[in-house]
Design a protein around this ligand. Structure first.
Ligand SMILES: NC(=O)c1ccc[n+]([C@@H]2O[C@H](COP(=O)([O-])OP(=O)(O)OC[C@H]3O[C@@H](n4cnc5c(N)ncnc54)[C@H](O)[C@@H]3O)[C@@H](O)[C@H]2O)c1
Length: 252
């Protein structure tokens, strides 16, 4: 197993890509702290892991809160005794142009998508460094590389994730900490349905548009999880600061 005896934190672990990755981490032998704003759904994922024979806890938290991030780390350390892997994955989207976006919405998106990663790294890097290293994976987006329409705060936030990942890799590589981003294209999760709702579009038609790429379909959460497992594991031991694109060819 590729993550045997590793302890992992997965944010946004109650749904979509985070849930699939929490399950995949556990299947590879990791103990997993499932972190999400939605307590019941996080509990359900942790229970599913335990039912499969794995080890997991659920921690209800808002990742944009420094106090919550510190509590997540303290709880995980108390339960597991260390943290080797962090998947900073919680994210939200607002499908609006700059003109339509309020300053409050901008701050909300940056709080969840960007500040959360800064806060997690601020507090987890000393823990990992003291243990000799670790692997941090941040969820960016294809739109963090190429931009996209009617999502100004989201595109800006995911661009920030991409470059923050590089800066973290430069700062903390000498401490044995690798930091990479995974950048999905359209993936079959609740976020796409939420986008259709915000844009007042038919959900099925919106999902169908996601197939317009070389591989002819949208991605499934387990296909992103497979990439994250690799970045989390020692198989990617010489990879840091990279932006791994998993999008069925949509960026090209
Ligand atoms: N689905 C896609 O097409 C797609 C494409 C590119 C990038 N992404 C990114 O993938 C990541 C996961 O999204 P998903 O598609 O699985 O969507 P999702 O909505 O299914 O999952 C996001 C999870 O984050 C949680 N969350 C939201 N705000 C939070 C907060 N403040 N604190 C803690 N948890 C919070 C939600 O409760 C949810 O469980 C996000 O960062 C998203 O931007 C998704």
């Amino acid at each position: 197993m590729r993550l045997a005896d590793k302890n992992a934190i997965v944010t946004g672990g109650a749904g979509g890509i985070g849930r699939a990755t929490a399950l995949a981490f556990a299947a590879e032998g990791a103990r997993v702290a499932v972190v999400d704003l939605r307590a019941d759904a996080a509990d359900a994922v942790a229970a599913e892991i335990r039912a499969n024979g794995g080890s997991a806890i659920a921690v209800a938290a808002d990742v944009s809160s420094e106090a919550d991030i510190q509590r997540v780390i303290a709880t995980t350390l108390a339960e597991f005794g260390g943290v080797d892997v962090v998947f900073n994955n919680a994210g939200i989207i607002r499908r609006t142009t700059a003109v339509e976006t309020t300053a409050e919405e901008w701050d909300l998106v940056f709080g969840v998508n960007v500040k959360s990663i800064f806060l997690m790294c601020k507090h987890i890097v000393p823990v990992m460094a003291a243990a000799g290293g670790g692997s941090i994976v941040n969820t960016g987006s294809g739109w963090g590389l190429k931009g996209g329409g009617q999502a100004i705060s989201y595109c800006a936030s995911k661009g920030a994730v991409l470059n923050m990942t590089r800066a973290l890799a430069i700062d903390h590589g000498p401490q044995g900490i690798r930091v990479n981003s995974v950048n999905p294209g359209d993936v079959n999760t609740g976020m796409l349905l939420e986008e259709a709702r915000q844009l007042d579009q038919d959900a099925q038609a919106f999902l169908a548009e996601s197939a317009d790429r070389p591989l002819g379909r949208m991605g499934e959460p387990n296909e992103i999880a497979a990439a994250v497992v690799w970045l989390a594991s020692d198989e990617s031991s010489y990879v840091t600061g990279s932006a791994l694109v998993v999008d069925g060819g949509g960026i090209a």
